[in-house]
Design a protein around this ligand. Structure first.
Ligand code: ZN
Length: 294
């Protein structure tokens, strides 16, 4: 979450000194290289799933600034304050503002952060990814579900993709039930899920759940009723014929047509589907039958 915190520090500083900065050119110095790239002047909006970073970038776009990277060793004027020991008895319970958003995301779920963290720690499918995030090295695509690694972060042992909390398999059913407690249909349940949680195959799980929910199915909108259309009665032979292929039956294909007026039937039978277009067969048979009927 280091990047988030660094980004928030910049936003905090810019807000704090808004009246001195707005409308003037200024320089932002950061000792975080990633941040200096993400918020670089001509970068446009960062393509990240973390909505918060996009909000930060959008906010910064209204300022005229240049951003420069400065090594931590030379950044002592700003870092000095953060390195003074603080008189906090339980630093674990001090929540940074940038973390508060993510913790509140976890709180919305029908799980506690502790429970989620514990089950996540036992979930072998994400261990390589978690180690990668902790130690800042990249992991193979298969170990991060084919999703860009920078989209993931860790918060109190819980894995997040953007602001969506990763839910390990043993807890997914409970989250699904919560998502569907008001029996929204598939689309609304999915959009609700997109705001809070994520796991591979989540959309499919929601579709299955709604499809198998008796309550939802009983109130599902029936397709609109169509009026049955009856063919008009023809007034002469071969005004209209009905044709179709049939087969193979005993290795034989049939091309069948019925004259709607006389109900006389004809068929072509062959070892394969006729090569001649059906319209030609129908026309030649029809003209023959027509001549015979006169
Ligand atoms: Zn339902």
């Amino acid at each position: 979450m280091q990047v988030d915190k660094e980004a928030y520090a910049i936003i905090f500083g810019v807000k704090k000194f808004f009246q001195y900065l707005y409308g003037r050119r200024f320089t932002l110095l950061t000792d975080n290289q990633a941040i200096s790239k993400i918020f670089g002047e001509h970068k446009g909006l960062p393509v990240m799933s973390a909505l918060r970073m996009q909000h930060y970038a959008t906010y910064l776009q209204s300022f005229n600034y240049e951003i420069r990277f400065r090594k931590s060793a030379n950044h002592a004027n700003a870092d000095a304050m953060s390195r003074f020991p603080l008189d906090i008895s339980d630093p674990e319970n001090e929540i940074e503002e940038s973390d508060a958003v993510e913790l509140s995301q976890i709180d919305t779920l029908p799980l506690t952060a502790a429970e989620l963290g514990q089950v996540t720690a036992e979930d072998h499918t994400v261990q390589k990814l978690i180690q990668g995030i902790k130690h800042g090295h990249s992991v193979e695509a298969k170990d991060r579900f084919g999703v860009e690694q920078h989209e993931f972060s860790l918060q109190k042992g819980c894995l997040l993709r953007g602001i969506r909390v990763y839910v390990p398999a043993p807890l997914q059913k409970r989250v699904l039930e919560e998502l569907h407690s008001t029996h929204f249909g598939t689309t609304r349940t999915k959009s609700l899920a997109r705001g809070y949680c994520w796991w591979p195959g989540l959309d499919r799980d929601i579709e299955d759940m709604v499809a198998n929910c008796a309550d939802c199915q009983s109130v599902r909108a029936e397709p609109a009723k169509m009026n049955l259309h009856c063919w008009e009665t023809p007034t002469a032979p071969f005004q209209r014929v009905h044709v179709d292929f049939d087969g193979p039956y005993l290795d034989t294909y049939f091309f069948i047509y019925v004259d709607a007026y006389s109900k006389s039937r004809s068929k072509y039978a062959g070892p394969s589907r006729p090569k001649v277009p059906s319209i030609c067969i129908a026309r030649s048979s029809a003209s023959l039958a027509f001549r015979q009927s006169w």
